[in-house]
Ligand binder design. Sequence first.
Ligand code: SIN
Ligand code: MN
Length: 261
Amino acid sequence: MPLSLTALNAFDRDGYLTQENAVSEESVQHILTKLSVFGQKSLPGHIREKNSSNYRAFHGCHLYDEDFAALIRNPQLLGPAKQLLKTDVYLHQLKVNLKQPFSGELWPWHQDYIYWRNEDQVPSDAIISVMIFLDEVNEFNGPLFFIPGSHEVGCVDTPKAKEAPEGWEGNVSASLTYQVDEALVTTLASKRGLFSAVGKKGTAVWFHGNLIHASPPNISPFERRIVILTYNAVSNAPIPSTTNQRPEFLNARNHDALQFI
Ligand code: SIN
Ligand code: MN
């Protein structure tokens, strides 16, 4: 179903939008089955937590798996992506963030677009993500926190964090490369409050590339698995570069407009 005008306006105002029952129980189940298979192999783009051997994330699954390839073309997701960006889109990035029981580590306060701008040369911030809940996400298992409306501050230039690992690994670790400093988070959150992105399995939450967000560790005994798809306008694809390109599982090489399945 297309997003209503009220929903589109809410996204513009808040920088995020929740859609319940966006993905069917059956599709979620197929994806969960695939994850248990991926977990048995070490594939490119699979990364582990710093302090345990548990997987933290699987990147680029749509490049080798048909259920993920179908998910990015699912009209329930591709339709709103085209509506929100008002044009044809390609998929810039896909990741499954696993946040496993007891060991899933945090994500510090950050914006996403700075990574696509600085690392991939994506020209404008008209780029959006949608996360799909593969488990119920609640206050216990490490939900994302948003600062409502914080996308309006634009892309905040931040120096590389000293403690971040070198290279692309720093872009996906608990010691992130580009973090928003605590003073700005305090100022914005004092004015605008915080929103905790929780909901049932199959819920989709859209968020703007400049929305400031973070998530706490998962110290609960329950899994918190989500898929995050990043759609970008075809016209906003990275400026071609022959040097220092991040791997394809973080920076898509195929910028063709996606078609519905
Ligand atoms: C992200 O900010 O990209 C992911 C956060 C999370 O998985 O909790
Ligand atoms: Mn992020």
